[in-house]
Design a protein around this ligand. Structure first.
Ligand code: NI
Length: 226
């Protein structure tokens, strides 16, 4: 399931983050990729262990933890520290698939990449090109979102970033391990949760809603691996 998560960051938070990270030294994006990705990746990134990047990344994860739509869709258990990339002057990242298991820097934990996240930090009018293209069984989907918005998509998808032909595209990207590994099961839980919430807003609490909420949690109990 691909999902647009609007307004993860406020306009003021985007400005502050941009000011902070743009003052840093950026390195070749090949630093965090495997052999297949290295052949098609042309961009720049903040170094993986950049103290500034780590600090800004924590503020992004904090904002996400308070975003009910994200929590409902991702059922997050573990995160990779957010990374930051920058494409300009024709830079791009050809079709590839993200590695399935990554070790979390600065810890002895690993993470299964269930979900990929791209949080846009440049406004669409600041650059041309730079669409994130995600391929699934229904074809290719082009994604270019307002600054502060995020796309959440299954990390099992083949994807690319189109060449940036004007301006610069700055974004944060990272991976989430979900409590529910299977994208289909996670999607069912998301739909159930969203509809329960809409029913509650429309009708208030009722015996039936308590039953449905219990059903949601009992499914989650069966499927969650924590
Ligand atoms: Ni990727």
């Amino acid at each position: 399931m691909m999902l647009h998560i609007p307004e993860v960051l406020t306009a003021a938070q985007v400005i502050e983050i941009r000011k902070t990270i743009e003052a840093e030294d950026w390195v070749d994006g090949k630093a965090t990729v495997g052999a297949q990705g290295a052949k098609v990746k042309r961009n720049r990134q903040l170094p993986e262990l950049s103290p500034t990047g780590l600090k800004v990344g924590q503020s992004i994860l904090k904002a996400l933890a308070n975003h009910p739509l994200f929590v409902s869709a991702a059922l997050p258990m573990r995160y990779m520290p957010p990374l930051f990339n920058r494409y300009e002057g024709g830079e791009h990242y050809g079709f590839h698939i993200d590695g399935s298991v990554r070790s979390i820097p600065g810890s002895n934990l690993s993470l299964r990449t269930d979900l990929s996240c791209t949080l846009f930090l440049s406004a669409p009018e600041e650059y041309d090109g730079g669409e994130l293209i995600v391929a699934d069984t229904y074809g290719e989907h082009a994604v270019k979102l307002p600054a502060g918005d995020m796309i959440l998509y299954p990390a099992s998808s083949v994807h690319q970033v189109e060449p940036v032909t004007r301006g610069a595209r700055i974004s944060s990207f990272f991976w989430v391990q979900s409590m529910v590994a299977d994208d289909g099961k996670r999607g069912l839980l998301f739909e159930l949760d969203q509809n329960i919430q809409k029913l509650r807003a429309k009708l208030g609490d009722s015996e039936e809603l308590v039953g449905l909420t219990g059903h949601y949690h009992n499914l989650l109990r069966q499927w969650a691996i924590v």
